[in-house]
Design a protein around this ligand. Structure first.
Ligand code: GDP
Length: 365
């Protein structure tokens, strides 16, 4: 899973990105690599892993991960090739979702590219660039499909959909808000990789003082929240500068620091959880003496496909899954005790894997 961080210059993207990668790089037991200076691999915090690993005395814990991509260079006119322009826009096409950082903090030392703090105007500026870029993609697809549409029913249908999206964007709307008729149409639209079709989370970057009440007393945040509600998006409040400081602390210092701020988890943890939720992702777990590990799947994934995340052989040769809820397992203290209590279930090909399932797959090789 890959998330792209976007926003106007000077809103705090790099600060946020650096704290994310720093937090990732410093969490133990995972080979965090910086694939690219703009890509950071970040573990998904999951208390269940430590608990299960203790039960099994696992040699290793492997958390689920999310990739963040720092997509700098989005400015007014980007779709027309200003700034980093189109190269930027093609980077962002690869991501599953977008984290849109908006400046909600006042600081006369930090220049705003448009002269004043105004998150809704900023969101509109970025959205417009994304719309322009999507329109270009649509125009290209439309002229391609138009050629064959006379003799091909499915192309004619595609052309209809493309034109419908185009009209929708030309009215200043995002592809996300388009009314979609059926699953086939949704499927087709998602293959277009339109930027404005991707789910978005707004990260409202506030000053330290606004953290304790989660931005409730900050009018800018209120505006972003209202906007997001109207647009079916999520908002979370963050102070990028504080996150950067937190990322540099040891685990126990971090706890104290957060308590002083009146918080239970860091903004980054909230962001990662929100991203997971936004993308409809859940984790199932595998546990044993060698490794306790979280595996990311889409909600609704059936057992064989979930097994395929571990190895394609597991999917191909799937026989059944032994499943126990992680809390039941912890309560029973051993796998055998859970089995004796009838809490370990045998599930077949149609079983939909749940968040927190501890799974052992049986398969033919
Ligand atoms: P980017 O251009 O969006 O990547 O922005 P940067 O992360 O480089 O931040 C621009 C400037 O704003 C830097 O000087 C940061 O130190 C400052 N900054 C970032 N986040 C905050 C914040 O939460 N509060 C304040 N006061 N300044 C911040």
């Amino acid at each position: 899973m890959k998330l792209g961080i976007v926003g106007l210059p000077n809103v705090g993207k790099s600060t946020l990105f650096n704290s994310l990668t720093k937090a990732g790089a410093e969490s133990a037991n995972y080979p965090f690599c910086t694939i690219d200076p703009n890509v950071g691999v970040v573990p998904v915090p999951d208390v269940r892993l430590g608990q299960l690993a203790a039960l099994y005395d696992s040699a290793k814990i492997t958390p689920a991960v999310i990739e963040f991509v720092d997509i700098a260079g989005l400015v007014k006119g980007a779709s027309k090739g200003e700034g980093l322009g189109n190269q930027f826009l093609s980077n962002i096409r690869e991501v599953d979702a977008i984290v849109h950082v908006v400046r909600c903090f006042e600081d006369t030392n930090v220049i705003h590219v448009d002269g004043s703090v105004d998150p809704l105007r900023d969101i509109e500026t970025i959205d417009l660039e994304l719309i322009f870029s999507d329109l270009e993609i649509l125009d290209r697809r439309i002229s391609k499909s138009a050629k064959g549409a006379m003799n091909d029913k499915s192309l004619a249908k595609e052309l209809g959909i493309l034109k419908k999206i185009k009209a929708h964007l030309e009215d200043g709307n995002l592809a996300r808000s388009l009314e979609i008729e059926d699953e086939d149409e949704r499927e087709f639209i998602s293959t277009l990789n339109l930027l404005t079709f991707k789910p978005v989370i707004f990260a409202a970057n506030v000053c330290e003082d606004d953290l304790a009440d989660d931005g409730a007393s900050n009018d800018y945040v209120g505006k972003v929240r209202k906007f997001a509600e109207e647009n079916n998006s999520e908002v979370f409040v963050i102070c990028a500068q504080i996150e950067q400081e937190i990322a540099e602390l040891e685990e126990d210092e971090k706890k104290m620091f957060l308590e002083d701020l009146g918080l239970t988890e860091s903004g980054l943890e909230k962001l990662i959880a929100a991203s997971y939720h936004l993308l409809g992702l859940i984790s199932y777990l595998t546990a044993g003496p060698t490794e306790t590990r979280a595996w990311t799947i889409k909600e609704g994934t059936k057992a064989p496909q979930a097994a395929g995340k571990i190895h394609s052989d597991f999917e191909r040769g799937f026989i059944r899954a032994e499943v126990v809820n992680y809390q039941d397992l912890l309560d029973c203290k051993t796998y055998n005790a859970a089995k004796e209590k009838g809490l370990v279930r045998l599930e077949g090909k149609e079983y939909v894997v749940k968040d927190g399932d501890v799974v052992l797959f049986r398969f033919n090789v």
